[in-house]
Design a binder for this molecule. Structure first.
Ligand SMILES: Nc1ncnc2c1ncn2[C@@H]1O[C@H](COP(=O)(O)OP(=O)(O)OP(=O)(O)O)[C@@H](O)[C@H]1O
Length: 421
């Protein structure tokens, strides 16, 4: 059995059985270049910490992969040759190992310049669904974290991912990113599993936590390292810093950054590869009201550019202003998924009148429902306020109040989940 070296990797305490902050993972996995085996941070998916962003990853890199490999840390000659950019020469096939006839035929019939078609990988072209979750399930011992979960995150829209604490939102996102292996079902991005994406860092950007920075790196250095690891041009670092408001604190070590600054830096890191899909776990955490307003506008703009944006949040008032669609889960199961407007009960009209009996009899029927909420108060569905006012006036019924009412997202959410977000 090959001898493996191990190093400490950061793991979110909640996700580690003994609540330690660090766990072992093999060094050879940690040294893989970004994008290798579909994982931008270059790590084994099961070894990646919760919170390490996909896209250009959020580990603790110790230099560009080629340089690290060239330092001779990989033991066999093949790795050293690859590190130096040298491809091994092809040896002639010995006669006794001649290529089988069917493979010779396939080669001879191959048309030069034609490649096998790969499925679409992003949602930005042709309006294909960006993220599809189908029958996803994950159990941790006795805990069913996610059960038979299916939903879509379409391109060009912001989809809010809601659910009470422990409902399974982060586990779902981690399964989409290939960080956790599902027990059942699948999650695909443009029809392809994350691990099979050709350019994962340029396809999906994710922020799952606000930890995971090297404490001695400045914000700018952090981004430059990840840009280099992802193979992105250096100017991209400046661009994402400007886009996300990191520029003013680019020179500060990450250990001194506030939660809001960390959020911005994570977002900047996730955007390095200009991804078509963004998965953001509570990105508004720690942002001040001004930062929140900025984030809403920014995410809406990213969606308007054709990206698929999935955002989990507990702040329903913000979600209400941000999202086009909503996915609500409860105890790992889907409660509802669809356009935001579909979540609300139909708007109604609240009426206060001393003639409640007469008005109720007058309006009821023909698709109009009238609910008596107090002696002098009615809630009417199915008729606009001006029509109600006209009917009351023509029958001499006095109105003390007439107010259109729209149920809040919070009420709809509480009805669905039986508790606060
Ligand atoms: N690595 C793990 N080992 C054991 N249990 C886990 C692990 N990860 C998640 N769980 C459990 O799975 C369930 C779902 O957790 P998850 O973090 O996905 O919920 P969440 O909706 O993101 O919650 P929150 O809103 O509090 O962040 C919880 O009961 C949690 O304790």
């Amino acid at each position: 059995m090959a001898h493996r070296r191990w190093e400490l990797a950061h793991v979110h305490p909640r996700h580690h059985p003994d609540h330690a902050h660090r766990a072992l993972r093999p060094v050879d996995a940690a040294l893989r270049p970004p994008g290798a085996h579909g994982h931008p941070a270059g790590g084994d998916p099961r070894g990646r910490a919760r919170g390490q962003a996909a896209g250009p990853g959020q580990g603790h890199p110790r230099g560009p992969p080629r340089q690290r490999a060239a330092q001779g840390r990989h033991v066999d000659g093949r790795h050293r040759r690859q590190a130096a950019g040298v491809r091994p020469a092809r040896r002639a096939r010995p006669a006794h190992r001649a290529r089988p006839a069917h493979r010779r035929r396939r080669r001879a019939g191959a048309q030069p310049g034609r490649r096998r078609r790969r499925p679409a990988q992003t949602g930005r072209s042709g309006g294909v669904t960006a993220v599809e979750v189908r029958g996803l399930g994950k159990t941790y011992g006795p805990v069913a974290a996610v059960t038979d979960l299916s939903f879509d995150v379409p391109p060009g829209e912001v989809t809010a991912f809601l659910g009470p604490n422990g409902a399974g939102k982060t586990t779902t996102m981690r399964m989409v990113l290939g960080l956790v292996a599902p027990d059942t079902g699948s999650a695909t991005i443009g029809g392809v599993r994350y691990a099979a994406l050709r350019r994962p860092a340029a396809t999906v950007g994710a922020v799952l936590d606000t930890s995971g920075f090297h404490p001695d790196h400045t914000a700018g250095a952090h981004l430059r390292v990840y840009a280099r690891m992802g193979g992105f041009p250096r100017h991209r670092t400046e661009e994402v810093m400007d886009l996300t408001g990191v520029t003013p604190f680019a020179g500060r070590p990450t250990r001194g950054l506030s939660t809001g600054m960390r959020q911005r830096l994570h977002l900047a890191t996730a955007l390095l590869g200009d991804p078509s899909v963004l998965l953001l776990d509570e990105p508004a955490n720690g942002l001040d009201p001004e930062g929140n307003a900025w984030l809403r506008g920014f995410l809406r703009e990213l969606a308007a550019q054709g990206r698929a944006v999935l955002v989990s949040s507990h702040v329903l008032s913000e979600v209400e202003q941000l999202a086009d669609r909503v996915v609500v889960i409860r105890e790992g199961r889907l409660a509802v998924a669809g356009p935001m407007t579909g979540l609300y009960a139909a708007p109604g009209v609240l009426i206060r009148t001393p003639g409640a009996d007469g008005l109720s009899a007058l309006l009821s029927g023909d698709g109009v429902t009238v609910e008596r909420t107090a002696t002098d108060t009615l809630l009417v569905h199915g008729l606009p306020a001006d029509r109600i006012a006209a009917e009351a006036s023509s029958h001499g019924i006095l109105l003390h109040e007439i107010t259109p009412v729209r149920p809040t997202l919070e009420q709809a959410y509480l009805d669905l989940t039986g508790g606060p977000a």
